[in-house]
Design a protein around this ligand. Structure first.
Ligand SMILES: Nc1ncnc2c1ncn2[C@@H]1O[C@H](COP(=O)(O)OP(=O)(O)OP(=O)(O)O)[C@@H](O)[C@H]1O
Length: 438
């Protein structure tokens, strides 16, 4: 464990007794503990990690993997069965909905109560109240008891308080999944600001895009055990690989069905062979997956003259061609791709599911199918990009992925983008609407 760690979790386990029948618990109590009806269930087992000051760490894992249990122990609302947790500095937490708020009190009363618990004096609360109310933006509901709140209003209020106390460590559990898109953006802006000012953040989310966008590191919990720890990008990819390829029989979202929970790039792209060139994979761990009924054999990004696009200024006409050899008959083959930035964030993508007039309806074993996507290269912020390619069968909603390569190709953008991730060719004109009389 590092000595400068703000959060040190050492060999932490949490065990619960579980009973096959509800009355078994009662029988055990009545026997004074002499008879055992329950068995031990390990919600967490031997978890160790540390978080240094100023780090942002995401915790990912399937439902029931122990994420909330871990956060509750970090916040001290639950104690471990064994192991130890040490925290340096003050912690403000946003755990599951309802925690810390009195349902009978109004929003305003809960603001004061919570802010006081989190260390603010009444004078500090008064001074920050307008900002807290503006952040929560729930209007007159702030005077109603919080038991009347929707989950969205509740999380707005809870987040607003947490955002205005002076905590060294913030612990946030799935809060962003409840709010609407604008509120989520507001929270992300706040969390980025908190991180940039040196705050330490422990962040649970099912949205791997948010984890990659916000966190330096990630920890993957699997059935209560720490399965992987490393850069947010690499760990998230391993997690998604296991989720889509293994346990879910390779059913996932095809590229371009952009949801919040999409794959992100691998840390090192073994399949990248210089951009614009083809990539023929030996299935490398974490780089590719799929049910295997078809194999991607060639992925190229070229200009209209057939020259590989290794570097783009933006605006060039491009042809992204994906070829796959079929090992079995496919009904409704689908091809798709994503372009992702260096953080693994999907910038754009497309697949053939939305183009039913352009697809080959049935593919036969031994055949090779090719799909060409033609578009103008966008003006992307300067940097390195990778292309994920996939082949599957079915439609956008129900499909089976046969082969998916996270980082099939790489290219570099040297566009000058002043604002945001990309620039659109934009016509600009300024005029006077009301000329001033001379
Ligand atoms: N009080 C309890 N008694 C028995 N089992 C419990 C108790 N609390 C949690 N568990 C079990 O511990 C495991 C881990 O739960 P936890 O809520 O930490 O998972 P999670 O990763 O946060 O899940 P989710 O993503 O669904 O929120 C689950 O199997 C859960 O059923």
């Amino acid at each position: 464990m590092c000595s400068d760690a703000v959060i040190s979790v050492e060999g932490v386990s949490k065990h619960y007794p579980v009973y096959d029948r509800p009355h078994h618990r009662l029988l055990e109590v009545l026997s004074g503990g002499r008879l055992r009806y329950g068995r031990e269930f390990a919600a967490l087992e031997g978890v160790s990690f540390s978080v240094a000051a100023g780090e942002t760490v995401g915790i990912i894992g399937r439902n029931g993997s122990g994420k909330s249990t871990l956060l509750q122990m970090v916040c001290g609302t639950l104690s471990p069965t064994s192991g130890s947790i040490r925290i340096k500095g003050s912690v403000a937490a946003l755990l599951e909905l309802g925690a810390g708020f009195n349902p009978e009190f109004s929003g305003m009363e809960n603001i004061r109560l919570n802010a006081a618990i989190l260390g603010l004096s009444q004078a500090q609360v008064n001074e920050r109240l307008d900002r807290i109310l503006a952040f929560a933006d729930i209007g007159d509901f702030v005077h109603q008891p919080v038991k009347t709140y929707s989950s969205g209003m509740f999380v707005r209020l809870a987040f607003a308080v947490v955002a205005h106390v002076d905590a060294d460590v913030l612990v946030i559990d799935e809060a962003l999944s409840v709010g609407d898109a604008f509120f989520t953006q507001k929270c992300m802006r706040f969390l980025r600001g908190f991180r940039d000012q040196g705050g330490t953040l422990l962040f649970v989310s099912h949205d791997s895009g948010a984890v990659v966008g916000l966190c330096d590191r990630a920890i993957w919990l699997d059935k209560g055990r720490l399965r992987a720890e490393g850069s947010a990008k690499a760990v998230t990819e391993q997690y998604l690989h296991s989720k889509y390829a293994g346990e879910d029989d390779a059913v996932g979202a095809m590229p371009a069905a952009v949801s919040a929970d999409e794959p992100v790039a691998a840390e090192e792209a073994a399949l990248v062979v210089g951009g614009g060139a083809l990539a023929i994979p030996d299935e490398g761990a974490g780089q590719a997956f799929g049910a295997g009924g078809a194999t991607l054999t060639r992925v190229t990004l070229q200009d209209e003259g057939g020259r590989p696009i290794l570097v783009t200024e933006g605006g060039e006409r491009a042809v992204l061609r994906i070829e796959a050899r079929l090992g079995e008959a496919l009904e409704q083959p689908i091809f798709g791709f994503y372009v992702k930035d260096r953080l693994g964030q999907v910038v754009f993508g497309e697949n053939t599911a939305g183009h039913p007039d352009q697809i080959v309806r049935t593919g036969m074993p031994g055949e090779t199918l090719a799909t060409e996507f033609r578009f103008r290269m966008p003006h992307l912020q300067a940097g390195d990009y990778v292309i994920t390619a996939a082949v599957g069968e079915g439609d956008q909603d129900a499909h089976r992925i046969h082969h998916w390569i996270h980082d099939a190709l790489a290219f570099r953008s040297q566009s000058v983008v002043l604002h945001g991730l990309l620039a659109l060719p934009t016509a600009v004109r300024m005029c006077r609407v009301e000329p001033v009389d001379a």
